[in-house]
Design a protein around this ligand. Structure first.
Ligand code: PLP
Length: 383
């Protein structure tokens, strides 16, 4: 029995999420980590590794590559070759490396907005320019505006950053969309960097995550796919992820930019990853069931609140809420005032929106929704 309802106190545990509101009665539903304990298999693997007591530099544990290959074949239908894999301590590192390892300084990096903030900052940090193509909302679902995308690309564009599943809008792109994106990137000769950190968190039973790199061997040559067990198996603080780069020349450039800067993965991250891929699956399935019910609770409650709208959540434990109807300048601050700490949509390129992390106990989520409802029942929109 896996119990996601048990209270695990995270105050005074040096948690980024909980420390923000340390001395205030504000429920933290912002940064993307979950309040649940990690899968028992991971905890046990870490306890055994810690019991050894020696924490020197580590190699990847024997069996890790095979476990990853089996997992990705099973879940993404993609047969990876071991040499394609480059270990990374984090996906944000991977996004920034992708911007440096493709094109030339001054080139343009294109992405779909709203999007996870490092997508917006990585191009400039690499001396590239950012171009954005807004997603379009159609019946509670964000879709790609193909004309807008074509208008956003120029001869200087060399990289397309894809977030799939898409944080914060919760989409899992369908095969037809990925194929059309692939043709678009081929036509404009763009490298594709796909962030798939939320791939293990598909909640909608009618959807299946696919890696764009798996669509064909030729297309794969222009892809950098960033993967990790960190979200689906709830180990984001352990610093384990990897890039999949089939093209040897691109992989060499990527590795070249890591030299002397990007550290190796630590022994605990390696141990946890092996346990996640080998033994974490029953826990992840139970998690998906729990998160699906959280999502249903949340979507129903938010849609009943005046002035708010929420996109349907196909994947992730993040809900993207349109609060422009409230008529307040900063909805993130408005909800903080109501005792609920959300992420500000402005950071994702969309002021007037907020992102809510429902990777928490249902009782806590219900309390937060109650606080939001209460605040809205006394709120008078201007005019
Ligand atoms: C889309 C996406 N990419 C990357 C990350 C962070 O990855 P890491 O902690 O491995 O740098 C997150 C965390 O929320 C995310 O949502």
């Amino acid at each position: 029995m896996i119990d996601f309802d048990t209270v695990i106190e995270r105050r005074n545990t040096d948690s980024v999420k909980w420390d923000r509101y340390r001395d205030r009665d504000i429920l933290p539903l912002w940064v993307a980590d979950m309040d649940f304990a990690s899968p028992p298999a991971i905890i046990q693997a870490l306890q055994e590794r810690v019991a050894h007591g020696v924490f020197g530099y580590g190699n990847a544990p024997r069996g890790l590559l095979d476990a990853i290959l089996a997992y990705v074949a099973d879940h993404n239908g993609w047969g990876l070759h071991p040499e394609w894999i480059v270990w990374l301590p984090g996906l944000v590192t991977g996004l920034n490396l992708a911007c440096r390892a493709t094109g030339s300084p001054g080139d343009v990096v294109l992405t779909l907005t709203p999007v996870y903030p490092p997508f917006l900052s990585a191009p400039n940090l690499a001396g590239r320019k950012l171009a954005t193509a807004p997603l379009r909302l159609a019946r509670d679902r964000y879709t790609i505006d193909w004309d807008g995308l074509e208008e956003s690309v120029t001869a200087d564009t060399s990289l397309f950053l894809l977030c799939n599943p898409h944080n914060p809008v919760g989409r899992v792109y369908e095969t037809e969309e990925l194929e059309r994106l692939a043709r678009f990137c081929e036509r404009h000769d763009l490298t594709i960097c796909a962030d798939e950190i939320h791939a293990g968190l598909v909640l909608d039973k009618s959807r299946r995550h696919r890696s764009i790199g798996s669509l064909g061997p030729e297309l794969a040559q222009r892809t950098i796919t960033l993967m990790a067990p960190s979200k689906a198996f709830n180990m984001p603080g352990l610093g384990f992820s990897f890039a999949v780069i089939p093209d040897p020349a691109l992989r060499a450039r990527f590795r070249g930019h890591m030299k002397g800067i990007v550290p190796d993965i630590n022994v605990l991250g390696f141990a946890a990853a092996l346990a996640a891929y080998r033994e974490g699956e029953p826990w992840r399935r139970a998690l998906i069931d729990y998160l699906r019910r959280n999502a249903e609770t949340l979507v129903a409650a938010v849609r009943a609140m005046p002035g708010l709208g929420v996109a349907s959540v196909e994947a992730t434990y993040l809900a993207w809420i349109d609060a422009r109807g409230l008529g307040v300048e900063n909805p993130q601050r408005f909800f903080e005032g109501a005792g609920v700490g959300l992420s500000d949509g402005a950071d994702f390129g969309a002021p007037g929106f907020v992102r809510l992390n429902f990777g928490c106990r249902r009782a806590l989520l219900e309390e937060a929704l109650g606080r939001m409802h209460q605040a809205l029942s006394i709120h008078k929109p201007p005019g």
